[in-house]
Design a protein around this ligand. Structure first.
Ligand code: ATP
Length: 228
């Protein structure tokens, strides 16, 4: 496996998501990425106000952050980040990347994004700037048929990136790279977890035990709270 390399010290992953709630699929995916790309740490960044999500099934951001904190507490390589809760306005990825660029410089940053979200990257604020600031790891899930990577790159990124066949990655003049990486992890989704909770069914072994306990204690995702 070829991995993007950067010799400027630490390699830090940034894994954004709604985490509504965080589940073992997220954690296994992050672990595979940490291992494959030899990352020193991964920050899990819950979106406070995701610009592309409707809010009716989204529990309040402090609950989602707390669940992330509980989920990563036993892993020294994983850390929850409240950075998007500390900002006002919509949670734009570019602002989060700039925050980590500022606070962690000169670490090499690896922004981790699912293929589902990457398909819409052309709608993101200042998306063409992202490869100038960090590496991109675009993850797909097993069983999900994905188009060829070149069909997924929006025009502005096609112009800025070129394909390096020897390392099976795209490269940017800044030295950053974009890699498509298939996750072999767990087929779990937050929608599935919420659906089970709405039906008052068990979510055991789908989310970490402390997260399941927190959901129960705070009566999150109960039938009366979900309009989905
Ligand atoms: P929902 O079911 O509500 O759409 P989700 O399970 O996809 O939620 P998100 O918080 O939206 O969770 O996901 C954050 C990121 O994690 C996304 O980029 C998504 O592609 C990725 N992801 C989610 N579940 C998995 C999984 N089981 N394996 C690998 N990646 C995942």
């Amino acid at each position: 496996m070829n991995t993007p390399s950067d010799d400027r010290g630490l390699k830090i992953g940034i894994f954004g998501g709604t985490f509504n709630p965080i589940h073992l699929g997220h954690l296994r995916s992050a672990e595979e990425i940490r291992d494959t790309f030899a990352l020193d740490r991964i920050y899990f960044v819950p979106a406070a106000r995701p610009p592309h999500r409707s809010g009716d099934t989204l529990v309040a951001a402090p609950y989602r952050l707390r669940m992330v904190e509980l989920a990563v507490a036993d892993n020294p390589f994983f850390q929850a980040s409240a950075v998007e809760l500390e900002r006002t306005g919509p949670s734009y990825s570019i602002d989060t990347i700039r925050h980590f660029r500022r606070t962690l410089d000169p670490a090499a940053l690896f922004f981790i994004v699912g293929l589902d979200a990457f398909r819409d990257i052309h709608t993101w604020k200042d998306y063409a700037t992202i490869p100038a600031l960090c590496h991109l790891i675009v993850t797909s899930r097993p069983g999900v048929v994905s188009p060829l990577p070149e069909q997924l790159l929006p025009v502005a990124l096609q112009a800025a990136l070129w394909y390096d066949p020897a390392h099976t990655m795209y490269r940017h003049p800044s030295g950053h790279s974009l890699v498509f990486h298939e996750i072999h992890g767990l087929q779990i989704s937050a929608s599935q977890v919420r659906a089970l909770l709405r039906q008052r069914q068990s979510i055991r072994y789908l989310v970490p035990a402390p997260v399941a306990a927190y959901i129960a204690d705070n009566a999150l995702y109960q039938p009366e709270e979900c309009a989905e």
